[in-house]
Write a protein that binds this ligand. Structure first.
Ligand SMILES: [Zn+2]
Length: 279
């Protein structure tokens, strides 16, 4: 009985769209399934269950919603949390496109007269403009060291969101309980320290190789982590900025708006945070 094929199987969801990944399938653990010659993977529309999970605040916050959404709609990706975060943006746009159609309505405020403008953004256009990540050039240090980076992973984003949420919540609880000033200051310092630690962890996790002037390549994560902890602030910022530049590649979120009230032209951008993007 267990192995009997469901006659409805042929009517199961079909891919809604094939998309190009900004990472081109690089930086994944192992090769992607169903990666075609054009460098694209299939994306399926959401099920009712997927949609329901996206309305669950806890599931969104702890990452379960995003994890399950990718498992369901992008079966090519077997380990969603290990994927580069730049691909997540492209995937979220594609899921939205094949579930709800090509146009989305966005409300955006004019920076000049504050009038609310309703704009329609065409997701097909966004998808066809996805840029692939070219080879990442290494970061050069005055000491002759070269640092080779890789993009931030989805798991990094999720754990950062979680840590930020916890810190904000702790501070809110302290406010509500009328905690004394000293305790509050301690709490803030502690929060700052936890966030700094998290940041160090993410940045060192994005370093693939450190190439020394004598051509010795350091790839051991513990060694890299120890070196990162010891870096001067400007050197650390140099690596951090390069990682941030990488994170902004892939999906072009910007679009142009002309205010219906004062005719001012301004730029607005798509908010791809799953919490709001699927609301
Ligand atoms: Zn205006």
């Amino acid at each position: 009985m267990e192995n009997q094929v469901n006659p409805l199987k042929q009517y199961f969801r079909k891919p809604g769209i094939w998309i190009k990944l900004p990472s081109q399938g690089n930086f994944y653990k192992g090769k992607l399934i169903d990666f075609n010659d054009m460098g694209e993977i299939p994306v399926y529309p959401m099920t009712a269950k997927d949609e329901l999970l996206l309305k669950n605040a806890d599931a969104l916050l702890n990452g379960t919603a995003v994890y399950n959404l990718i498992k369901s709609c992008v079966p090519s990706i077997t380990e969603p949390t290990a994927m580069p975060a730049i691909d997540l943006d492209a995937i979220l746009v594609a899921i939205k496109r094949c579930t709800y159609g090509e146009n989305i309505d966005i409300s955006t405020d004019c920076p000049s007269c504050q009038t609310k403008n309703e704009v329609t953004v065409n997701l097909n256009h966004v998808i066809s403009n996805i840029k692939v990540l070219e080879t990442l050039s290494p970061i050069d240090f005055d000491s002759g060291i070269k640092v080779f980076i890789k993009p931030v992973k989805v798991s990094d984003l999720l754990s950062l969101n979680w840590v930020q949420f916890e810190q904000i919540r702790n501070i809110q609880i302290a406010e509500q309980n009328n905690t004394d000033e000293t305790t509050k200051v301690n709490l803030l310092q502690q929060s700052y320290q936890i966030l700094t630690e998290k940041n160090l962890e993410i940045v060192s996790g994005c370093i693939d190789t450190v190439l020394l002037p004598d051509s010795v390549a350091v790839t051991d994560h513990e060694n890299i982590r120890e070196w990162i902890n010891d870096l001067s602030k400007p050197e650390f910022a140099k690596i951090e900025n390069a990682i941030m530049v990488t994170s902004s590649m892939g999906v072009d979120k910007e679009f142009s708006v002309t205010c219906k009230n004062c005719n001012t032209d301004f730029k607005s951008s798509l908010d791809l945070n799953p919490t709001t993007f699927f609301a």
